[in-house]
Design a protein. Structure first.
Length: 489
């Protein structure tokens, strides 16, 4: 915007000038540079990788699978589906302090706090075969074309290990970087922050979150300054502290008091699982046929989290995903809620990837020391699969992404829902009941009349096939609707 208005009619007027004293902001003069400013100026003089100086990095795709067309993707490897990248102070942002890391988040929503759910302590996961895990170094390494994150190409990736709260087995990482790809350095920082937030009380967390000397601050400072030795030193101290806490029963004590998993940790574990088991094979999911019911797509974790909360499903109940793709939603329900979770998928490529992701998911939950609900994945047509039909009779929540299903399949689904128990909730992307439908003598034989539908809205970036928001529907089976109509007529 312009600060001066040029008015030709006033060009001959005498311009009055006035001296105005300017009051300096506190701390901007007669003051030595702050510690953060000194670090920033030192960082600008050090050679380092481009990735270390960026003030923001590419955000991860937050994608989770059910059915619909897979979005276009670049030729680079697909990013993880779920979590918001952890942003901290950059060495190039002089004078801008990052939010204090000791302000710990409490991310467990009350609606998901299930008193009947128990999160097992690490005793039940004392050992895990490291070969069951896909390590970070297996998907991001010097040999796979990544470059050293700290600028020293002679170190061939700088191998390190990361300790988790549920097992003495550590995960192997290489400190490498590639644009628009999995980022080991950022994941390590994210894992440590989620561990600190969820597994430690405030007293035990202090050595990790102290804004000046805490382990997280040391890691962020080393990253910003491009100091490989500083990063490795802080990571060694972190691993040692986690082992000490785990062996001293501190982590088990905290877990015993919890009855739900925070959204941040759910997203973290699902992202790690997807990165390792799905992303390297994601091109296989593009082999679908347009114009049929066999089309692949994804619901993102923020929408899945909201749906599971709104349906109020508990750890003692049953969840079924009809058309489960690579099983992201099935696995998230098992972790987030702790319920028995079923999925059925007809596409062979998606089924194979789903089984690989399930194996990685279960091993990774053990690594974190958490017990998800029982999961079961079925192959084939959910309309005729006997195991799924039996599970549906016990189901409390059913998810079906029917947005591109043919009208014939949607009608068949409504008939299938007749076997559901009373009160079962059906979540869909397209309503099975026309809007403003009223039961009348002309339609009282329509089986969709047993469904009481609530229309919901989802926000932008909640599904993979479009960026804008939209609607979904929660239908509750309620056969008394027909009885009430009969009584009135």
């Amino acid at each position: 915007m312009s600060f001066w208005n040029k008015n030709p009619s006033s060009s001959k007027q005498k311009i009055r000038t006035e001296t105005v004293p300017i009051k300096a902001s506190p701390g901007t003069i007669n003051r030595a540079p702050s510690r953060l400013q000194s670090e920033a100026r030192l960082a600008s003089s050090l050679p380092r990788s481009k990735s270390l100086g960026q003030t923001s990095r590419s955000s991860r795709k937050d994608s989770y699978s059910t059915k619909l067309s897979l979005p276009e993707r670049s030729t680079s490897r697909k990013r993880s589906p779920v979590y918001q990248r952890i942003e901290s102070d950059s060495s190039e942002d002089e004078g801008q302090e990052s939010p204090p890391v000791n302000k710990r988040q409490r991310l467990t929503p009350a609606e998901l706090d299930d008193p009947n759910r128990t999160l097992p302590s690490r005793k039940q996961f004392s050992q895990i075969d490291s070969t069951l895990l896909i390590h970070a170094a297996d998907i991001a390494s010097h040999k796979l074309g990544y470059r050293a994150a700290f600028g020293d190409t002679t170190l061939e990736g700088a191998p390190v290990c990361l300790q988790y709260p549920g097992s003495s087995i550590a995960e192997r990482y290489e400190l490498v970087f590639k644009k628009d790809s999995f980022d080991p350095v950022e994941e390590i920082l994210g894992v440590i922050k989620d561990f600190t937030d969820f597994f430690l009380d405030d007293g035990k967390a202090e050595p990790f979150v102290d804004p000046d000397t805490g382990i997280i601050r040391r890691l962020e400072r080393a990253r910003n300054l491009g100091s490989l030795e500083g990063f490795k030193s802080a990571l060694i101290d972190y691993n040692s502290a986690v082992e000490s806490l785990r062996n001293g029963e501190d982590i088990a004590t905290v877990l015993d008091k919890k009855h739900s998993v925070s959204e941040s940790l759910v997203v973290r574990i699902m992202a790690q699982t997807y990165d390792r088991a799905v992303s390297p094979k994601v091109d296989l999911l593009r082999k679908y046929e347009n114009g049929t019911n066999e089309i692949y797509g994804e619901l993102k974790s923020n929408l899945v989290y909201k749906i599971l909360a709104e349906t109020k499903i508990t750890s003692k109940q049953v969840f079924v995903d009809l058309g489960s793709g690579v099983a992201n939603v099935v696995l998230q329900a098992a972790l987030q809620v702790g319920c028995e979770s079923w999925g059925c998928e007809i596409m062979e490529n998606a089924c194979s990837i789903a089984e690989a992701q399930k194996a990685e998911f279960e091993a990774r939950c053990r690594l974190w020391g958490l017990q998800p609900g029982l999961t079961r994945l079925e192959r084939g047509d959910f309309m005729v699969n006997e195991e799924i039909r039996a599970a549906l009779q016990r189901a409390d929540v059913v998810l079906v992404n029917n947005e591109v299903f043919t009208p014939e399949l949607n009608v068949s689904l409504v008939n299938l829902f007749l076997d559901l128990k009373e009160g079962c909730k059906i979540v869909s992307l397209k309503s099975f009941v026309p809007e403003n439908r009223k039961i009348s003598n002309y339609n009282n034989n329509d089986p969709s009349n047993i469904l009481d539908v609530a229309k919901k809205a989802y926000s932008t970036k909640s599904v993979s096939w479009k960026d804008e928001g939209g609607n979904y529907y929660i239908s509750t089976k309620d056969s008394t609707r027909l009885q009430l109509y009969g009584d009135r007529s």
